[in-house]
Design a protein around this ligand. Structure first.
Ligand SMILES: [Zn+2]
Length: 427
């Protein structure tokens, strides 16, 4: 009897693996790392740029085109999804992957940064943040616990600890207090996550036990297999979500070091550098990134939140950042600002009205292969919906190709200079 129940317990525990992502570094060049992040919804080649899909949508671009572009991981915003359509709604529909028909990996932010941006509408206490919805002014409260609950309900593969993003500029005392609060919130986030991570909508517990093959305990075998998740069926996979910690500390190097060390002491499978791109000069951003990276473990993924231009993402990848996200390529595209191998183009300008050439002669994307600058200019000037789609597809393609070129260079042991961005290989 004892043997049977022991075997049963062993089988039970085998279905709840403690590690839900794996990170392998495959090559290095200087400080840059070529890696592979294996998530419950497929592999992500790093360094990676993650397009932002705020409301479970990369504005204007259908999911099949994102797949065609080679997007392996998308970012969703908890604050926005919490307000609309609501976490419970998404959870009941099987979680974000199934809801938005996106079988590949997803990362959600904690909502902290978005709430931070609601300057006049928020109040921070030890317990959490009270804020007013930008939609209807209704009052809401986010705590480390409720932010975890929301992110578990949404079910992204990687979720973020609830943090306070320190404003810029801030004096040292303010930066310290804010960092201490973030550390206390990181501990609460982790505690709540560990207690409730089994509640993720796609968790292993929904799969019929099949311990004979040991199938459920095996890590996913890769992005290729994702192709088989036809049309949005995020199948139940092994593992649970992974919670990343966030390093804060304002623009102060010693505080960044302390924040990194104490966040690492709490223990997370990956670390983000938060609190940057909040209005500080770019040289300072770089300085803080560089000095923070020194204190992060070499074998864990490092995520720099909210950057940057094509040149900057190359620079940060060269410093040893593995993951980045930014609204810039998608937001700029909607305003007719396009990144090309010949520099930035504002497609609304009259000088493109008669330009029969491609948007970017060195780009292999479906937009540059098919349409002229004149046509894109016409679509934009006429406020056609297609302008948004085509512009976004090109900008995303440009960013993703840039990161492909960076990965290629690292694999060859070369550091990518920003000039190399412009001579990247065709996919
Ligand atoms: Zn293009």
């Amino acid at each position: 009897m004892g043997a049977v129940s022991e075997a049963h317990e062993a089988a039970e525990s085998a279905t709840i693996p403690t590690v839900s992502i794996q990170f392998q570094i495959e090559a290095r060049s200087g400080s840059a790392r070529l890696g592979r992040l294996i998530t419950p919804h497929g592999e992500v080649e790093t360094p990676v740029f993650m397009p932002v899909g705020t409301l479970a949508s990369v504005k204007g671009v259908p999911q099949d085109i994102l797949e065609e572009l080679g997007v392996q991981i998308l970012l969703g915003n908890t604050y926005h999804l919490y307000l609309r359509p609501g976490v419970e709604q998404v959870r009941k529909l099987g979680g974000l992957h199934r809801f938005m028909a996106w079988p590949r990996a997803i990362l959600t932010d904690s909502g902290g940064f978005q709430v931070f941006s609601l300057n006049d509408l928020r109040k921070v206490t030890e317990g959490g943040v009270t804020f007013r919805s930008h939609l209807d002014g209704s009052s809401h409260f986010f705590s480390p616990e409720s932010a975890m609950e929301a992110q578990i309900g949404l079910g992204a593969d990687i979720i973020m600890a609830f943090d306070e993003c320190t404003e810029y500029p801030a004096d040292r005392e303010r930066m310290r207090q804010s960092m201490e609060l973030t550390l206390r919130w990181a501990e609460r986030s982790k505690r709540h996550f560990e207690e409730h991570k089994k509640d993720v909508p796609w968790s292993i517990k929904h799969v019929a036990p099949d311990t004979s093959s040991g199938r459920q305990a095996k890590p996913t075998s890769g992005g290729e297999h994702n192709e088989n998740h036809a049309g949005g069926g995020a199948r139940a996979t092994q593992g649970t979500q992974s919670l990343f910690g966030i390093v804060q500390g304002g623009m102060d190097r010693p505080l960044r070091k302390e924040s990194a060390e104490r966040t690492i002491a709490i223990g997370f499978p990956g670390y983000a550098i938060g609190g940057l791109s909040v209005g500080e000069p770019r040289a300072l951003t770089r300085e803080v990134v560089e000095s923070t990276l020194e204190h992060l473990p070499a074998d864990k993924p490092r995520y720099l939140m909210g950057v940057g231009t094509p040149e900057e993402i190359v620079e940060y990848a060269n410093l040893g950042i593995d993951m980045m996200d930014c609204v810039l390529p998608t937001r700029a595209a909607r305003h007719g600002l396009l990144f090309t191998s010949e520099g930035k183009i504002s497609i609304k300008q009259a000088r493109y009205a008669g330009d029969a050439g491609p948007l970017d002669p060195n780009c292999g994307c479906r937009v540059c292969q098919r349409y002229s600058r004149a046509y894109l200019r016409h679509l934009y000037a006429s406020n056609e919906v297609l302008a948004q789609l085509l512009n976004t597809v090109h900008n995303l393609s440009f960013y993703l190709d840039t990161m492909r070129a960076v990965r290629h260079s690292i694999s060859l042991g070369k550091e990518t200079g920003s000039s190399c961005v412009w001579s990247r290989p065709k996919p």
